[in-house]
Write a protein that binds this ligand. Structure first.
Ligand SMILES: Nc1ncnc2c1ncn2[C@@H]1O[C@H](COP(=O)(O)OP(=O)(O)O)[C@@H](O)[C@H]1O
Ligand SMILES: [Mg+2]
Length: 267
């Protein structure tokens, strides 16, 4: 990584060869007697914008933890870009491009927006902890920080302390931090949780733009059906750890089992 340009370069587009970017084959995860995820099979292609829905406790976050490596499966296999990653570490998966945000905001509250993003860019480039950086490398880092702030729409708040921002903006900073890691698959766990209408609209617009304009593959967990039906190309419904249904917004909204298990509950 001596080439300063490559240090903060965007990830090159992947080869077209592999059929699925992410695949889970009959994955289960038990916690003692509790079957949090049961025999789940799932496949997602590069460039898709997909949603996971389901009642509280359905296993959605555990599903993300299995994909990202935070918990190992009890059984089953997990494939990413044609490789079986079921025994791989979180760090390995992040390097391969599996990057997540959490249900609860995770940022550096005492740093400014641009400092937060700079820490992310430097970490992703392996530059962290260096006492000083050559000027050309520093310039690359600053350009990448500016680019990411532009992408997420936070350039006008670059110098604000993150802990003092509104909740919605803090969650956007979190997405900027995720983007510093050059994701090939971005996993968002309830990105609009706790947001008002304006903040929600902003987040939905950001997710849509990351997909439409940048071709990012995105899988998100979301409670708000209008958001899910509005932007997801395909929806997977989890219920009691199992896949209850999968399909388009039209398929899912017409599915009787889904209505009984979930949509009815929300009305
Ligand atoms: N680390 C854990 N240890 C024990 N039980 C867990 C753990 N993580 C999740 N669970 C349980 O697994 C079930 C599914 O949880 P979760 O995946 O968080 O659901 P969701 O995100 O759909 O609300 C819940 O009953 C939850 O209490
Ligand atoms: Mg959850």
């Amino acid at each position: 990584m001596n080439d300063a340009g490559a240090v903060v370069a965007r990830r090159a587009p992947a080869a077209r060869a592999s059929p699925a970017l992410l695949r889970l084959d009959n994955v289960s995860r038990h916690f003692g007697k509790l079957q949090a995820v049961q025999d789940v099979s799932f496949a997602m292609n590069e460039g898709e914008l997909r949603a996971v829905i389901g009642p509280n406790g359905a296993g959605k976050t555990t599903f993300f933890n299995l994909i990202t490596g935070f918990v190992p499966p009890t059984s089953g296999d997990i494939w990413f870009d044609g490789k079986n990653i079921r025994d791989r570490s979180v760090v390995y998966r992040v390097h391969k491009g599996i990057v997540r945000t959490f249900q609860i905001t995770e940022v550096f509250p005492d740093l400014s927006v641009s400092e937060n993003v700079r820490v992310g860019v430097e970490t992703a480039a392996g530059l962290n902890g260096r006492p000083w950086l050559p000027r050309h490398v520093r310039g690359d880092v600053e350009r990448r920080v500016d680019e990411l702030l532009d992408i997420v729409g936070l350039a006008n708040k670059a110098n604000r302390t993150v802990g003092e921002l509104a909740h919605g903006d803090q969650r956007v900073v979190e997405i900027a931090l995720a983007l510093t890691m050059n994701p090939r698959l971005l996993l968002l766990d309830e990105p609009t949780a706790g947001m008002g209408d304006t903040e929600t609209d902003h987040m939905v617009d950001l997710v849509r733009r990351l997909h439409d304009e940048r071709g990012l593959s995105i899988l998100f967990i979301e409670h708000d059906m209008s958001i899910v039906f509005g932007i997801a190309q395909k929806i997977t419904v989890l219920d009691q750890g199992r896949v209850l249904a999968e399909g388009s917004a039209a398929d899912i909204s017409a599915n009787e089992q889904v209505r009984a298990a979930y949509l009815g509950e929300a009305q």
